[in-house]
Design a protein around this ligand. Structure first.
Ligand code: ADP
Ligand code: MG
Length: 251
């Protein structure tokens, strides 16, 4: 079973009357529990890919399956419901609500979950703040926390819904290297302890080095797939047809 399966996905954006092909024929699947990096330079399509996996956006063409359920034809309401139950998000700029305390930020995504009681919310907030080491800071607002602490709050918030997948878009890009490494290590510990799937984008070599699986995107296409076993990467380069060649499968 795959936690995420992407089949022949294309994503175009319209910029004025110009079509931008952000993703071109992406096919991928990930097993539950992966700790996966999506690497690639700025503008290569990392955020677009994460937004599609996270059901924040929908593909122009192709199909996406989350826990083997096709999410392609769903309405915005259905997708919002799926996100609230299944997907935790971590962002480059933390995206905490400034007027809420750390604890309230962690609780926030649970407020729209009618199936989670107030008592259960309280337990989860305490539990996940403890996991990220911020119990003492529960009452602090984001502007009273360091960048690394803010990202820890964001991790606790992402975990609070008990998601199948955590998506992190350049989670260390606004942190210094040491703090970024701590955040990655924390994510990996959580991945190992709970078998939570983590998919994160980055263009930082040191962050890529922490991943167990690698997808490299270049100009909207997969260029390299990597799997690591016992600290050795085996990399498979995807052949990119030259412009004059017929596209794969066209002949
Ligand atoms: P990355 O996250 O790797 O920097 P993005 O997924 O943000 O890349 O962008 C991929 C390509 O799609 C870029 O050429 C970018 O300019 C374009 N793009 C992204 N979002 C939009 C949008 N909302 N409208 C038009 N073009 C976009
Ligand atoms: Mg991006």
């Amino acid at each position: 079973m795959s936690v995420v399966r992407i089949e022949h996905v294309f994503k175009d954006y319209l910029l004025g009357d110009q079509k931008v092909q952000a993703l071109k024929d992406i096919t991928l699947s990930f097993e539950p529990g992966v700790f996966l990096a999506i690497a690639g330079p700025s503008g290569s399509g990392k955020t677009t890919l994460l937004n599609l996996i996270g059901c924040i956006d929908t593909p122009t063409r192709g199909r996406i399956y989350i826990n083997e359920e096709d999410v392609s034809g769903r309405t915005p309401d259905q997708l919002a419901d799926l996100r609230a139950r299944t997907i935790g998000f971590i962002f480059q700029t933390f995206n905490l609500l400034p007027v809420l305390s750390a604890a309230e930020n962690v609780e926030y995504p649970l407020l729209q979950r009618k199936d989670v009681s107030r008592e259960e919310r309280r337990k989860r907030v305490a539990y996940f703040l403890d996991i990220v080491g911020l119990t003492r800071y529960a009452g602090h607002r984001p502007n009273q926390l360091s960048g690394g602490q803010r990202q820890r709050v964001a991790i606790a918030r992402a975990l609070a819904i008990r998601p199948a997948i955590v998506l992190a878009d350049e989670p260390t890009a606004n942190l210094d290297h040491k703090t970024g490494e701590e955040i990655l290590n924390l994510m990996k510990q959580i991945n190992r302890a709970f078998n939570t799937t983590f998919i994160f984008s980055t263009h930082d070599k040191r962050v890529i080095a922490k991943a167990d699986r690698l997808v490299r995107v270049d100009d909207g296409e997969i260029s390299v797939l990597g799997v690591r076993a016992e600290d050795k990467w085996s990399l498979a380069r995807q052949r990119r047809p030259a412009r004059s060649e017929p596209a794969a499968g066209a002949a």
